[in-house]
Design a protein around this ligand. Structure first.
Ligand code: UD1
Length: 418
């Protein structure tokens, strides 16, 4: 099993170009299927989850190829509507293919999605919303069969929670439905806006993405387009946390500061200097960091749950006591025991974690058990004394493009062991 071997205590210094957003690329790839034409996506990160999405497209009869960050997908040849269980299990986001396949063919068969284990991750909101658009579902032996006897029809949908994936699924299914769809209580994440912009570029009529109410006027058909995936705000937050943990000065290029407001406020409270320009951020961190009073993860524009673990890793050596409340996922503290192995003083109770800053962390042998938790262990290791071995790199590879190369370019000592 692959590991990252990290020699801690080296300041990070330099500039990196931030990768394209995983959480945007995946729904955009599902959108390619809906386009029914040749679509080119630039800036797709080279990640195992992106390859899984390409495999789903190919499996359904599309011609999809990946070359140096550019995905070319021709979905005019789409024939299949059933996504095999092994592909569904590879990632949670495979569920957004449901809305896209239904939008294109009016039927779909798939199983429950896999993905990182963050506690129960139901898809009830996705299924309820699609039913309101006219989808009839039957479930047998874990397979869900969906048909639309009267076609997809626009509806007014109230989401009980602003689920990112459910909002995306509705947008994909409603883009070519008959009539108008309104989503109230929609997720407002920047990735939702990116999907709307992409679909509109393909001929859809979607208004209001980025707000809680999204209006979709169904069109008969979409067409292909060329589109650039937005920058990855969570990868940016991770490299900011790396700079905070190890100390140093790092420039993140190609990023949109506005997407990171809640994260930037926390790093400022930690005592880091942040300089925002239109398309880049510079972060300057002198150790020791200061503790932060309270971080509550919330739907956007609140503090993102995906940045919780990496920021916690940086706070492990801050002066004073910090508190985190995880409001989005039930079980998102699986990295804590591993941070404690490195010398951190962190106590969790239910959704709350209290981090009592220690003077330093020490290198240890640790194991990632989910994507962002794995990134957190890497962040902690960069600031720790001695050498850390992080196992479970396959989780980290789901979200970070060549992390060892990026960190090495900033002066860290990181290598991948096979
Ligand atoms: C997306 C992101 C993930 C991020 C999360 C929250 C992608 C590929 N993944 O995941 O990185 O951590 O948003 O920002 O974009 N829920 C239900 N029923 C549903 C759907 C969701 O109860 O049908 C619950 C979930 O269990 C969770 C909460 O709602 O507690 C938020 O989930 P959601 O916003 O749907 O996250 P994802 O789209 O899965």
């Amino acid at each position: 099993m692959q590991r990252l071997i990290i020699e801690g205590g080296k300041k990070l210094c330099g500039e990196i170009k931030v990768q394209g957003a995983k959480n945007s690329a995946l729904p955009l790839l599902a959108g390619c299927l809906l386009a029914g034409d040749r679509t080119v996506l630039y800036g797709c990160p080279e990640l195992s989850d992106v390859f899984s999405a390409c495999r789903i497209l190919n499996r359904l009869g599309c011609k999809c190829s990946f070359d140096k960050g550019t995905v070319s997908a021709d979905s005019s040849t789409l024939t299949g509507w059933d996504i095999p269980e092994e592909l569904m299990r590879e990632m949670r986001c495979s569920i957004v293919f449901l809305g896209a396949v239904l939008g294109r063919l009016g039927k779909c068969e798939l199983s429950y999605p896999g993905g990182c284990e963050l506690g129960p991750r139901p898809i009830d909101m996705h299924l309820d919303a699609l039913k309101q658009l006219g989808v009839v579902m039957t479930e047998e032996h874990g397979r869900i069969s969906c048909v639309c006897p009267k076609g997809l029809r626009g509806a007014a949908i109230d989401l009980p929670f602003p689920s990112v994936g459910a909002t995306e699924n509705i947008m994909l299914a409603a883009a070519c439905a008959e009539g108008d769809t309104i989503i109230r209580g929609a997720a407002r994440e920047p990735e939702i806006e990116d999907l709307a912009d992409f679909l509109n570029r393909c001929g859809a009529r979607i208004k209001g993405a980025g707000n809680s109410t999204i209006r979709i006027s169904g069109v008969k058909k979409l067409h292909g387009c060329e589109y650039k995936v937005m920058p990855d705000r969570i990868a940016a937050a991770t490299y900011m946390a790396a700079a905070a943990s190890a100390g140093g000065e790092v420039g993140l290029l190609g990023i949109r500061c506005a997407d990171l407001s809640a994260v930037i406020a926390v790093f400022e409270e930690m005592g880091c200097g942040i300089y925002c320009m239109e398309d880049r951020i510079f972060i300057s961190c002198k150790l020791p960091l200061k503790a932060v009073r309270m971080i509550r993860t919330m739907p956007y524009p609140g503090f993102p749950t995906d940045a919780q673990a990496v920021v916690m890793a940086a706070l492990a050596t801050a002066q004073g006591s910090s508190m985190i409340v995880e409001n989005i996922f039930e079980s998102r503290y699986r990295h804590v025991d591993e941070l404690v192995r490195m010398g951190a003083d962190i106590k969790t109770s239910g959704r709350t974690a209290v981090i009592q800053g220690v003077r330093r962390l020490y290198g240890a042998s640790v194991r990632a058990s989910d994507l962002r938790g794995g990134a957190a262990l890497t962040v902690a290791a960069l600031g720790a004394e001695g050498t850390t071995s992080v196992a479970g790199v396959q989780y980290i590879d789901r979200g970070y493009e060549h992390p060892e190369k990026v960190l090495t370019s900033l002066g860290a000592k990181v290598r991948r062991a096979f």
